[in-house]
Design a protein around this ligand. Structure first.
Ligand code: NAD
Length: 525
């Protein structure tokens, strides 16, 4: 067994000094160059690679995480993220020419620089302790910032391993870990950051946002939600069962983006329940407790919370229900509930509880989903295309997987984030770079343009007419908001929204062109 470093709280009286060091490094400009960023990311890659066993052991101790899950969602995930980022970094860092600038302003070379934000604080959560901490850190390093990482104290072994890796492998004057809980985080929030990236629950998210607002510090908040899965009568019950069970057993359901409850058309409920039973038998032939592929609840506090949620439910347990506090084991548990007020719907479980509420039709399901949480982190419609489109068109959510549990959030390069109360901002892949980058608009005014610029200098007398002639755009709409573009713009925009319309437009243009040619030919005769 690999020996792990001990989790130690960073002394609170050292926090201001550590911040000062990291800030000084930022102001030395050493993190700005491409080569420096690449070298640090590459070193971090080797830090992860060399310490795979320690990470595996830490996640096992913290969450009972199966080593397969630790590899695909933590170590391997972050290593791939680093390689992907390194492969694209030079391209992402390049200035972009500003889009949609009128020709007359092009002389100023309008462009977007990609500047680092500065000194950033990343606060991680316990459930994917490595990925949710190092994922944002990778983006922050790539974007040229210096970083302080505060991992979750609720996964103490993973936190200690990350501290050891960062200290040993990367420039610790630029990137450092502060370990601790509320007092340490509170001390960190006293410093002036250029960005705070927080992952965790909404209550603490509010504390962070309020504190950040005092100094106008921008925040990205990655929060939770009461995410619905909606199964219509036209869905495939087998696929729905397998995919939604997967989304609730990974990490023992401690996944922010997994479905919190299932709304299902009554008509298909019996087949779905049958398929759920078959799926559990297939995934865990000797039961979840005996399986090496099923994790544990992070600590006794969370285990007790989940048990209470289940005890308070008025629903009927259909599958599972076994628990063992000593082992922090909670069997994946399917409960049929009959009310929106049920404890299993009222809160986010963030555990392996699977409440099912039967409904009469899709309209009812959508209405319920919007009333339970109008801006969840994810939404999972199962059904035919028309039905799943209806769900997407009539709801909001951070992301969505159609005919699956949270698979959209399993794509490491797809932007990930919430909306409304499930969070703001996004990261992963290119978005991680953007998340920690300031898009700085820049122009350069050439000397030769000075004569044309005379219009901006006083005295202003007599210049307004000239200005209007040069700058004012003509409206192509009337007072009723109708387009007044004339036949040419009608022709150009005909069917612009659809492929069919575009085809008609092309045919019309072709017809006009052919007729014109014919007329020309006849005119010659
Ligand atoms: P947690 O207990 O690990 O806490 C998260 C972080 O908040 C920790 O680093 C902790 O030290 C810090 N913290 C706690 N209290 C604080 C305080 N008073 N002031 C400042 N910092 C404080 O995790 P959690 O919050 O219990 O995580 C579960 C929640 O997070 C769920 O709602 C889940 O959906 C959400 N979550 C969201 C994402 C996402 O990516 N959107 C990912 C994971 C978890």
């Amino acid at each position: 067994m690999v020996s792990l470093p001990a989790f130690e709280h960073t002394p609170i009286d050292k926090i201001a000094g550590i911040y000062g060091k990291v800030q000084k490094s930022y102001l030395s400009h050493k993190t700005r160059g491409l080569e420096f960023r690449l070298a640090q990311l590459r070193k971090l890659y080797w830090g992860l690679k060399d310490n795979q066993e320690a990470i595996q052991e830490a996640c096992k101790l913290d969450l009972g995480k199966p080593s397969y899950e630790t590899y695909i969602t933590e170590t391997g995930w972050c290593m791939n993220d680093i390689i992907f980022t390194c492969n694209n970094l030079a391209k992402w860092m390049k200035d972009e020419s500003a889009p949609d600038i009128p020709l007359m302003n092009k002389a100023l070379s309008p462009r977007i620089r990609k500047d680092p934000l500065g000194v950033v604080l990343v606060i991680g959560a316990y459930n994917f302790p490595i990925q949710l901490s190092l994922g944002p850190v990778i983006g922050a390093i790539a974007a040229g910032n210096t970083v302080v990482l505060k991992p979750s104290e609720n996964s103490p072994n993973a936190a200690a391993v990350m501290k050891m890796i960062l200290e040993k492998y990367v420039d610790s004057s630029c990137y450092t870990v502060i370990n601790g809980a509320v007092p340490e985080t509170t001390a960190l929030l006293e410093q002036k950051w250029d960005k705070i990236f927080y992952t965790g629950n909404g209550t603490v998210g509010t504390i962070i946002a309020k504190k950040a607002a005092e100094t106008l510090t921008p925040v990205t908040l990655e929060l939770g939600g009461r995410n619905p899965a909606i199964i219509t009568k036209n869905a495939d019950p087998r696929l729905a069962a397998r995919r939604l069970v997967w989304a609730k057993i990974l990490n023992a359901g401690q996944v922010c983006v997994s479905q919190n409850y299932i709304l299902i058309d009554r008509e298909i409920l019996p087949q779905f329940l049958e398929e759920l039973k078959k799926t559990f038998k297939e995934f865990f032939p000797a039961g979840a407790k005996a399986s090496p592929d099923y994790g544990r609840i992070v600590n006794n506090r969370q285990w007790t919370r989940l048990k209470k949620m289940l005890d308070d439910s008025k629903g009927k347990i259909l599958i599972g229900g076994n628990m063992d506090e000593a082992d922090r084991f909670l069997e994946p548990t399917v409960v049929q509930v009959d009310s929106l007020d049920d404890s299993l719907l009222a809160d986010e479980s963030f555990g392996p509880l699977i409440p099912i509420l039967p409904v009469s039709n899709l309209d009812e399901a959508i209405k319920i989903a919007n009333s339970v949480h109008d801006t969840p982190l994810g939404i999972y419609p199962f059904g035919n295309k028309k039905e799943t489109d209806q769900v997407l068109n009539q709801t909001r959510s951070g992301g969505a997987s159609v005919n699956d549990g949270f698979f959209h959030a399993s794509l490491p390069t797809l932007a990930f984030g919430g909306v409304g109360t499930s969070g703001s901002g996004a990261y992963r892949g290119r978005s991680s770079f953007d998340c920690f980058t300031h898009r700085r608009s820049v122009t350069t005014t050439p000397a030769w343009i000075e004569r044309m610029l005379a219009i901006r200098y006083p005295p202003y007398k007599g210049k307004l007419g000239q200005y209007k002639k040069m700058q004012d755009l003509k409206p192509n709409f009337d007072r009723m908001g109708r387009s007044t573009g004339g036949w040419l713009s009608w022709l150009i925009s005909l069917g612009a929204q659809s492929k069919g319309g575009a085809l008609i437009r092309y045919l019309l243009v072709a017809l006009i062109a052919v007729s014109y040619k014919r007329w020309q030919a006849q005119a010659k005769i």
